[in-house]
Design a protein around this ligand. Sequence first.
Ligand code: SF4
Length: 492
Amino acid sequence: MPFVNFFTKNRVFFLAKYKKAHEADKSCFFSFFLYTTLPYMHSSFLPSQSLSAYRYCVVTLGCQMNKNDSERLESVLKGMGFSGTEDPKDADVIVLNSCSVRKSAEDRIFGLSREFARLKKTKPELLICVTGCMPGRDRDGSLRKKLPHVDLFFSTKDMILLPQRLSELNPAFRPMDNMAADYLALRPSYQKTFQAFVTIQTGCNHFCTYCVVPFSRGMEVNRPLKDIIHEVEALSTRGCIEITLLGQIVNHYRAPDPHYFSSNNPYHHNDFAKLLWEVGRISGIQRVHWTAPHPLYMDEEVIDALGLPNQVQYLHLPVQSGNDEILKRMNRRHTRAFYLDTINNIRIAYPRIAIGTDIIVGFSGETDAQFYDTVTLYRACDFDISYTAQYSERSHTVAAKAFSDSVSKEEKKRRWETLQTMMEQTVLKKNQAYVGQTVSVLVDQHAHGFCLGNSSEMKRVRFHGEASQVGTIQPVEIFQAEEWILHGRQKK
Ligand code: SF4
């Protein structure tokens, strides 16, 4: 390769190496020679290590969507010839898939990247990358300033550019041919054969005032129906029996290719209900979950589709608050009465269904009386589970600009504890109804002679069983119920 081309192509790598060597030993001339001239003198300078000897480590924080994005990232890195490791110390490339929903998640990324910066001191060629929600909303570059030891920041949708970016940083890495034009078209490296996440949509247009998603992931983009169906069919062929459809507002799905819906699809208005019907026809898929829906789009068709044969008997429907004034300030666009009506309609149609929710306590200016409305809504809905967060202000959001974070930390904690206690009491009481009942359990773990898995209502169930039952659905009769686990015996 002519020197000029070779050096131009690899200048970032060599100049970075030169800079590091120069900083380390100050032997300026030797370093410059070593890193910029020597390489072109003999091509054998290029690392002789085979690409499969390079290792990546992906560290994921946050929601299921991030986990599914990490599965795509792994496909990209494997496509470059790398192999995976769970130990960052063994890695040549570490990718941190970040979450920005709460301050604590961001703090964890700062802590981890500082830890990896220390690794870099003993392994200077290590590349540290940060993707996910944090780079996606780093408009002013402040994240980059805070993490100077990070080599590469890229937003989730830019993961298709990762091979090119990495090979610019280290020319021994190979860019990929035939890269997908859109990151959602990348086939994930599924973690399990019998369960898989299937992303159907990314981004969100709703702009709830506390939420970073529209900034970090951008506006809503829906995946073509055809691609989703092909992915689920392929999963079924390789033995997958449970899928979870993922979207920021999954029930707001709008197929970009609606002509692909079957002519005998019984739903007419809601593309998400239509999608559930299409997915329900794919043989082998025995369970379908979806998360997270928005109350506004739980229309009659979606509620009807909850009754399709392979739908799980669990619905996660975020409410965030039980007070209308707070809901308005959150820009949730639904009221307390609307939410209660929706839950009521669902329970009339499916009396056995388990329902979970998300709640934020201590949102800007939330009074005790307003919090109490959330407590009464919780009682009225009789939730099986709640993921309750103490409000933390996120920069750039409307709430951070328009309202003050006026509820004290102590008060947020007190409200959180009130709901946690209520949740534990409610779920313990509700779980007693399972004693004597038979539930179907998808076994996902086996240890010490016991199988563990989730029932269709998303209750964790434990029973005596064999390791060979992992990945199968078993009928289990419940004889004892605790808050977070049901004990049972397998029904023959
Ligand atoms: S609906 Fe609201 S909370 Fe959910 S992703 Fe969109 S903006 Fe965020």
